[in-house]
Design a protein around this ligand. Structure first.
Ligand code: NDP
Length: 237
């Protein structure tokens, strides 16, 4: 059976690093993001026979169409990575309702929709592996990130429940929870100040998170696990 992996949020940051690692391991990849040009550029950089798709994970019909297109052009998806995510950091009293909705829809509902869409083919194949990218703040909380933390905390509950639901079908569901990682999402943060708080003294790199994602994707006896990749931040939060 071909190893076909759909990477939502694969055009930049952590998802892109996962794609680079998996391309080297011989997977056929679907690189998915809202911006098709970005997804195409990322897929093209991988070399080989990988495809790009435009999809907003927050929109159910987009997700369904993307799974239909992937199956048509790549075959059944048996590996799924949910790395699409956004943040709209602000204190709750200043957070607009539309920013609450967009974070919950992209970070939580989006992963639910892609997991649901992936289930049919995974159940038919009697196997599959999913990694959802959460965050350390989903476990510990962070001031100025209450809604983002809720979206990522919800993702842990969702993933663990789904892991129980589908284990008998030999489908595994795990979570990687990163700390601060150098990507577009963190480029405006005050790194010099923040890194003093991190036990390992630095931000992580996307490839360091990608190794954890691929480890869980490929670990046949691990499900319902949350793997923290945060330079030790959880020790002091
Ligand atoms: P980036 O901003 O670098 O990349 C985000 C990716 O998600 C892009 O490919 C983007 O493409 C895609 N994306 C965003 N919204 C949507 C959407 N609605 N539908 C489909 N694709 C979408 O982020 P990171 O790589 O830093 O983050 C990856 C994941 O890791 C996120 O879930 C994030 O919350 C999480 N995380 C990141 C941390 C960090 O420090 N960087 C720390 C902890 C967790 P496009 O814009 O074209 O849609």
């Amino acid at each position: 059976m071909d190893k076909v992996c759909a990477i939502f949020g694969g055009s930049r940051g952590i998802g892109r690093a996962v794609a680079q690692l998996m391309a080297r391991k011989g997977y056929r990849l679907a690189i998915i993001a809202r911006n098709l040009e970005g997804a195409k550029a990322a897929a093209g950089d991988l070399g080989g026979d990988h495809l790009a798709f435009s999809c907003d994970v927050a929109k159910e019909h987009d997700v369904q169409n993307t799974f239909e297109e992937m199956e048509k052009h790549l075959g059944r998806v048996n590996f799924l990575v949910n790395a699409a995510g956004i943040n709209r950091d602000s204190l709750l009293v200043r957070t607009k309702t539309e920013d609450m909705v967009s974070q919950l829809h992209t970070n939580l509902l989006g992963s639910m929709l892609t997991c649901k869409a992936a289930m049919r083919a995974m159940i038919q194949q009697q196997g599959g592996s999913i990694v959802n990218v959460g965050s350390i703040v989903g476990l510990k909380g962070n001031s100025g990130q209450s809604v983002y933390s809720a979206s990522k905390g919800g993702l842990v509950g969702f993933s663990r429940a789904l892991a129980k639901e589908v284990a008998r079908k030999k489908i595994r569901v795990n979570v990687v929870a990163p700390g601060f990682v150098h990507t577009d999402m963190t480029k405006d943060l005050k790194e010099e100040h923040l890194k003093k708080k991190i036990p390992l003294g630095r931000f992580g790199e996307a490839i360091e998170v990608a190794h954890a994602v691929v480890f869980l994707l490929e670990s046949p006896y691990v499900t319902g696990h949350v793997l923290v990749v945060d330079g030790g931040l959880q020790l002091i939060l």
